[in-house]
Design a protein around this ligand. Sequence first.
Ligand SMILES: [Zn+2]
Length: 132
Amino acid sequence: MKKRNFLINAFLKKCPRCQEGNLFTAPFEFSKPVAMPEQCPICKQKYEPEPGFYYGAMFLSYIFSGFFFLGIMGILLIVFKMSINPAMGVLLIVAAITYFFFLRMSRSIWINLLVKYDPKSKEKQETQSFGY
Ligand SMILES: [Zn+2]
């Protein structure tokens, strides 16, 4: 299999090491929005290599959602000429809808930034915290 760009791989929410295993447990549950298996079902890459690994993902999520919401506000105020209070209402609804998307996406991008792709990871199948 050919190596995928890490951003595409992050968007698909796949394991960064083998690019095949899913990062999140399949049926989405509102009580566990970021439920991840302990390790990749295919290459045994640990999904939480160290305690507090996803602390940095919080900043990613903050940056992405910040600019996204700024853009939404700009469109509502400038293009649709809404006043500030109804625009804020629309923004709150958009924020509620996209909340879980940003939460999962930031975790996925974070682990994809820090763990390297390894084409031989499927044969090796040993537990590794980082891909090196
Ligand atoms: Zn994997």
